[in-house]
Design a protein around this ligand. Structure first.
Ligand code: SF4
Ligand code: SF4
Length: 437
């Protein structure tokens, strides 16, 4: 890893970079723009870039929200003992708000509805951000129950927190066993005997891939979490110097629904989040990681059952020469009854309207599952395949599901770039470095 002291003659501070931004002289590039230059054989020098905007969008289970809002008149009940939000269980407290008619709630992003197996915390948070009123079923400590309908606009406090987001890199998965199995790493039962592969991670775009030593990302770093300004609070659970991740928070009121949501897996509903993080380039040594492209970033292919490593591949194997977005050609739809991709789509982005199948691009995660499951070939994207040699046998394994949405990660990094350049987003120095025990 590089050391800033090696480049003392050629260093910048975060305040110096912000002054340059304010005077319209700074060069801000997205991580995708930098990688394009590298692939084109262009030299990118320290002088050529002041800030790199990075991003990642994917399934991030380590998420919870804290919500506080009035649900009835003061003194109408003593305290809440059970609360369901659109059927999703919330934990009342920690503050009891005795006789105030106000609820404080903790809601896990991975909590599942008690009535709908395809609905969870991720869906709930997106619906709140979309402005929908949510159904609040309260059972009080006296055993009474009542229902209210509350939109986000009537929640003075609504924050999303991460316990583990934006892992530096994640894993790719196969099921070597004979039987298919249900898992959060597939939207359908994961087929056995190496028939398919799934993976997570945005590779060269990921914030920590661009700053793996956490030189500029620290406690207090300003970020965009689902499009809302938020802050890093430290590293998350299972974070390590080799494979760090981030904890942080942002206000739900400023979030954009297109960056978040629920994702239904065969192990139950999961939650999607999007991070965009500015990396100020403080010294030439930081370019070593910023200039890395997907094929230089390792990705471990593991057995989904026990996470036993099987092969070392790279993010180039899963993202190079692929289509980041999935296209739908209604002309090719055969009108199957039932439509298997409508049932399989983890986002509920495919619906039958009469004899027509409709693809909701706004909801679509570009996971690619419909490409292998559509009987008419109406959904199209190059998802690629990887070679893996295990037990003396070389296999070519088709990628059938991506649990990261690279297309929207690119968009999030572009949005952050625009905000930085316009002065709407200020780059902050961490108040403290993230340290590992
Ligand atoms: S599986 Fe494909 S071809 Fe058949 S109805 Fe669904 S979208 Fe149309
Ligand atoms: S790529 Fe296909 S299966 Fe995946 S979310 Fe979009 S429509 Fe659904």
């Amino acid at each position: 890893m590089s050391d800033a002291s090696e480049f003392s003659g050629k260093c910048r501070t975060v305040p110096e970079i912000q002054v340059k931004i304010d005077s319209g002289e700074a060069v801000v590039l997205t991580a995708a723009e930098i990688s394009e230059k590298v692939r084109a054989g262009e030299e990118v020098r320290f002088e050529d870039v002041d800030v790199v905007t990075t991003a990642t969008r994917g399934i991030m289970s380590g998420t919870y929200a804290v919500l506080s809002f009035r649900v009835s008149e003061p003194d109408s009940f003593v305290r809440a003992s059970e609360v369901l939000l659109n059927g999703v269980p919330a934990v009342p407290g920690p503050c009891p708000n005795e006789r105030l008619g106000v609820l404080d709630l903790i809601v896990l992003g991975t909590a599942h509805s008690e009535t709908d197996p395809r609905y969870g915390g991720g869906h709930l948070f997106r619906e709140l951000v979309e402005g929908k009123s949510i159904r609040v079923d309260v059972t009080t400590s006296n055993g009474d129950s009542f229902t209210a309908y509350i939109p986000l606009a009537e929640m003075p406090f609504a924050r999303l927190y991460s316990t583990r987001h934006a892992f530096k890199n994640y894993k790719a998965f196969v099921n070597p066993g004979k039987e298919s199995l249900n898992t959060i790493f597939h939207a359908l039962p994961f087929e056995g005997e190496f028939k398919e592969m799934t993976f997570c991670g945005c590779g060269e775009l990921n914030p920590i891939e661009n700053d793996p030593g956490l030189e500029t990302i620290g406690i207090g770093t300003r970020v965009l979490l689902n499009g809302a300004e938020g802050f890093v609070t430290g590293s998350g659970t299972r974070s390590s110097p080799e494979n760090p991740n981030l904890a942080g928070f942002a206000d739900l009121h400023g979030m954009k629904p297109g960056y978040m949501g629920g994702f239904v897996t065969s192990g139950g509903p999961e939650i999607i989040n999007t991070w965009a993080v500015p990396i100020p380039v403080l010294h030439p040594g930081m370019l070593e990681n910023i200039l890395k492209v997907d094929r230089e970033i390792p990705l471990q292919l593991v057995d989904v059952a026990g996470r036993l490593p099987l092969c070392e591949i790279s993010y180039g194997d899963v993202w190079d020469d692929t289509d980041f977005t999935v296209r739908y050609d209604p002309e090719k739809c055969l009108g199957c009854e039932p439509c298997p991709v409508e049932e399989a789509c983890p986002m509920g982005a495919i619906t039958r309207k009469g004899d027509r199948t409709v693809h909701n691009r706004h909801l679509c995660f570009n996971c690619g599952l419909c490409v292998s499951r559509c009987k008419g070939g109406a959904f199209v994207a190059r998802l690629g395949s990887v070679s893996c040699t295990t037990g003396g046998c070389m296999r070519e394994i088709n990628i059938t599901l991506r649990q990261s949405d690279r297309a929207r990660a690119v968009k999030a990094a572009e949005e952050l770039k625009k905000k930085v350049l316009s002065g709407k987003f200020r780059i902050t120095e961490p108040v403290e470095k993230i340290r590992f025990l």
